[in-house]
Design a protein around this ligand. Structure first.
Ligand SMILES: Nc1nc2c(ncn2[C@@H]2O[C@H](COP(=O)(O)OP(=O)(O)OP(=O)(O)O)[C@@H](O)[C@H]2O)c(=O)[nH]1
Ligand SMILES: [Mg+2]
Length: 615
C-alpha cells in the first residue's frame, strides 16, 4: 500500500451497538447517534481524525447478514460488495459487551464471510464503561482466543481503548475457518447456540442491569400507566419549549433591539438605512428570535431518545397507530418529523412493509415540524397572553402550542386512517418487532452539540432562503415610492391581485404575500411579514412583530385560520424533493402537495368561520 493510498475500514455490527458514536470519535465527525435501533440508514464515511490514511465507513446496524428488510438489506448488500470488490482493508465488528450474546450471533457471521474474503477482523467490545460502573467484568482475552481474532474492549463514550484501535487494526488477522462447515455456519440456529455458549463462558456475569430495566419497563409499558406517562411526557415536552426557551428568546430579542438602536443611527437616512431597518432587523431578526426554541426542542427529544424511552413510546403507540393504518415502526419517522420532515422521511426506511412506509410518508409532512414553530410562536404570541393558570402549572401559550401540535398529528392520523381504509391491501401488516434498547442516563455533551448543530443548520440553511426572499420582498415593497406607502408599492399592486385568495379567512394582502413566499420554506413567512410590517411602520420605534400584529387588529379567527393553514399545507420544497428521491417518482409528492394545499385551505376557512361564530 503506498503512503497516499487510503485504507477503508468498515464499522459493522448490530443496531444500537455504538458504531456511529465510535465512528464520530475516530473521525471527529458528527453522525447522528441515538439510543434506538436503526438510527443510521445510510453509509457514512470519514477520514481518521489522527491524520493516518484511514477512512472509516459507518454502516447501518444489521441483525443478520441473511437479512431481507429495507435499510438492512441495503447495508448488507453494500458490505458484501465492498468485500467482493476488495475495497476494504479490514473490518471492525462492533459488539455491545453488555449484550454480548446478541452481538456475537452477528459477529460469528461476520467472521465467516471475512474468512471467505480474506479480510482481517477486529472485534470492538464496546460500552465497557457500563460494565465498569456495575463492577462487572468480561474476559476479552479468552474470548479472543476462542474466536481466534483480536477482541479489544473499548468505550466510545469515555474513549477508553480507542487509542489502541490503529495498532490493533494493524495486527488484526483474518479469521480462520470455523469448526463448522460452511453449510452449517450459515444456519442461524447453530450460530445462536455458539454465541450463547461463548457469552456464558466469557461474558459479564450478573443480571444487575436487567433487573432495573425490567422494573422500569413494567411501569412505562404498563397498559394504562404507560399511556398516561406517555401523554404527560409529551405534554412536558411542549411546555419546556416555551418555559425553557422563553428567557433566551427574550434575550435574543433584546440583543436585536439593542443592535438596531446602535447600528441604525450610524447609517444616514435613506434607502440603506430603511433596508437595514426593515429587511435586516425586521425580517431576519424576526426569524432569529425563534432559534432557541428549535434548540430546546432538539435537546429534549434527544434526551428522550438517549434515555431509551422513545422505543417504549413506539411500543405504546403501536396499537393506536395500527388503528390509523400505521405501525409502531412509524412512530420514530413521525417523531423525527417533529424536528424536520426530511430526517423523518429517511427514517421511514426502517418501516419494512412498503405499504406502511407509503402511509408513513403521507403522515410525515403533517407532523408539526420545527419550521412551523416560528410561525406558530408568532401567532400564539400575538393572540395568547403569556399567563399561567392553576398556580403556574399550565402556561396558556404552551397549552396553545400543544394543541396546534396535537392538531397536526391528528390530521396526519386522520389522513392515514382514511387512506388505509380505502384498500384492503393497505391494511395488511408485517409483525411488529422492535428490540428494546437499554435505559440509560442521557449523555449531555453530544446532545448539546446536536441541538447546537441543528440550530446552526437551521439558521444557515433557512437563513439563506429567508435573506433572498426578504431582499426581493423588500425591494418590491419599498419601490417605486421609497417606502412612503406600502399599499402603493409594486408589491402592493401584486398583493391586491392575490388578496381575494386569502380574504375569505380574514387576512389582508400582506399575509397573502407572506403565505405565498412561505411555499419555498415555511419559516420565510415570519421574515417576509417582518419586512412588510417594517416598511409599513417606517420611522416608528422597533417593536416586536407579534406586538405589531396585535396592534394591527387582526381578528382572532384569522389567526386561528393561519395556524390551521400552516399545520396542513405542504410548504416545503425540500420535503417534496426528498419524497421524490425516496419513492423514485414525482407522483406522490405532487399528489400530496396538491391535496394538502386544498385540505389546508378548506380547513382554514372552516376554522375562521367557527371562531367567528363562537366569538
Ligand atoms: N455508555 C455507553 N453508551 C454508548 C457507548 N457507545 C454508544 N453508546 C450509546 O449507545 C447508543 C447507540 O449508539 P449509536 O452510535 O447510535 O449506535 P449504532 O450502532 O450506530 O446504532 P444504529 O445506527 O441504529 O445501528 C447511543 O445512545 C450512544 O450514546 C459506550 O461506549 N458507552
Ligand atoms: Mg449508527
Amino acid at each position: 500500500m503506498s503512503s497516499t493510498q487510503v485504507s477503508k475500514i468498515a464499522l459493522i455490527g448490530s443496531p444500537n451497538s455504538g458504531k456511529s458514536l465510535l465512528f464520530n470519535r475516530l473521525t471527529g465527525l458528527n453522525q447522528k447517534v441515538a439510543n434506538f435501533p436503526g438510527i443510521t440508514v445510510d453509509i457514512a464515511s470519514g477520514k481518521s481524525a489522527d491524520g493516518n490514511n484511514i477512512e472509516y465507513l459507518d454502516f447501518p446496524g444489521v441483525y443478520s447478514l441473511q437479512t431481507i428488510s429495507g435499510e438492512e438489506k441495503i447495508a448488507v448488500q453494500a458490505f458484501m460488495s465492498a468485500l467482493q470488490d476488495d475495497v476494504l482493508e479490514a473490518v471492525i465488528c462492533v459488539v455491545d459487551c453488555t449484550r454480548l450474546e446478541k452481538g456475537l450471533i452477528f459477529a460469528l457471521q461476520v467472521l465467516e464471510v471475512c474468512h471467505r474474503y480474506n479480510k482481517p477482523v477486529l472485534i470492538a467490545a464496546n460500552m465497557i464503561d457500563i460494565l465498569d460502573v456495575h463492577d462487572m467484568h468480561f474476559n476479552a482475552a479468552s474470548l479472543s482466543e476462542a474466536l481466534k481474532v483480536s477482541v479489544l474492549p473499548v468505550s466510545a463514550k469515555t474513549s477508553a481503548g480507542l487509542a489502541e484501535i490503529p495498532e490493533a487494526l494493524a495486527q488484526a488477522s483474518v479469521p480462520p475457518a470455523s469448526f463448522q462447515s460452511d453449510i452449517i455456519a450459515s444456519d442461524e440456529s447453530i450460530n445462536h447456540l455458539h454465541a450463547q455458549e461463548l457469552a456464558e463462558k466469557y461474558g459479564p456475569k450478573g443480571d444487575l442491569l436487567i433487573k432495573a430495566q425490567t422494573r422500569l419497563d413494567s411501569f412505562f409499558l404498563h397498559s394504562w400507566l404507560g399511556g398516561l406517562s406517555f401523554f404527560i411526557i409529551m405534554y412536558l415536552l411542549f411546555q419546556s419549549i416555551f418555559t425553557w426557551a422563553a428567557p433566551v428568546m427574550d434575550g435574543v430579542e433584546s440583543i436585536i433591539q439593542w443592535l438596531a438602536s446602535v447600528v441604525l443611527p450610524m447609517i444616514p437616512p435613506g434607502v440603506a438605512s430603511d433596508f437595514t431597518s426593515d429587511a435586516l432587523f425586521g425580517g431576519i431578526g424576526a426569524f432569529l428570535v425563534f432559534v432557541p426554541q428549535i434548540f430546546v426542542l432538539t435537546l429534549v427529544v434527544g434526551m428522550l431518545e438517549d434515555s431509551g424511552y422513545l422505543a417504549r413510546a413506539a411500543v405504546i403507540c403501536h396499537k393506536p397507530l395500527r388503528f390509523f393504518g400505521l405501525t409502531g415502526k412509524s412512530f420514530i419517522p413521525m417523531l423525527s418529523g417533529v424536528a424536520c420532515a426530511i430526517p423523518g422521511i429517511y427514517a421511514a426506511r426502517t418501516v419494512e412493509s412498503t405499504r406502511k412506509r407509503w402511509l408513513t410518508y403521507l403522515a410525515i409532512p403533517l407532523m408539526p415540524c420545527s419550521a412551523r414553530l416560528p410561525v406558530y410562536s408568532l401567532i400564539i404570541a400575538a393572540f395568547i397572553p403569556a399567563q399561567k393558570a392553576f398556580g403556574g402549572l399550565v402556561g396558556w401559550q404552551g397549552l396553545a402550542m400543544f394543541s396546534i401540535y396535537l392538531f397536526g398529528i391528528l390530521c396526519a392520523l386522520f389522513v392515514t386512517a382514511v387512506v388505509s381504509r380505502s384498500s384492503a391491501e393497505l391494511r395488511t401488516d408485517l409483525p411488529f418487532v422492535l428490540e428494546m434498547p437499554p435505559y440509560r442516563l442521557p449523555s449531555w455533551r453530544p446532545l448539546l452539540r446536536n441541538a447546537w448543530n441543528r440550530s446552526k443548520h437551521f439558521v444557515t440553511k433557512a437563513g439563506k432562503v429567508i435573506f433572498a426572499v426578504t431582499v426581493v420582498i423588500w425591494v418590491l415593497g419599498y419601490f417605486p415610492n421609497y417606502g412612503a406607502s406600502l399599499g402603493d408599492s409594486w408589491l402592493g399592486s401584486m398583493g391586491r391581485w392575490i388578496e381575494p385568495i386569502f380574504a375569505p379567512f380574514g387576512l389582508d394582502w400582506r399575509y397573502g404575500v407572506a403565505i405565498l413566499s412561505s411555499f419555498l420554506a415555511r419559516e420565510v413567512f415570519v421574515g417576509t411579514l417582518g419586512t412588510l410590517f417594517g416598511i409599513d411602520s417606517a420611522g416608528e420605534d422597533f417593536t416586536s412583530l407579534a406586538q405589531q400584529i396585535q396592534e394591527s387588529g387582526l381578528p382572532l379567527g384569522a389567526g386561528a385560520a393561519l395556524l390551521v393553514f400552516f399545520a396542513i399545507a405542504l410548504q416545503c420544497v425540500s420535503t417534496l424533493a426528498v419524497l421524490k428521491r425516496e419513492t423514485g417518482s414525482w407522483r406522490l409528492p405532487v399528489q400530496l402537495f396538491v391535496s394538502y394545499s386544498i385540505f389546508a385551505y378548506v380547513a382554514a376557512l372552516a376554522m375562521f368561520h367557527l371562531v367567528e361564530f363562537l366569538t
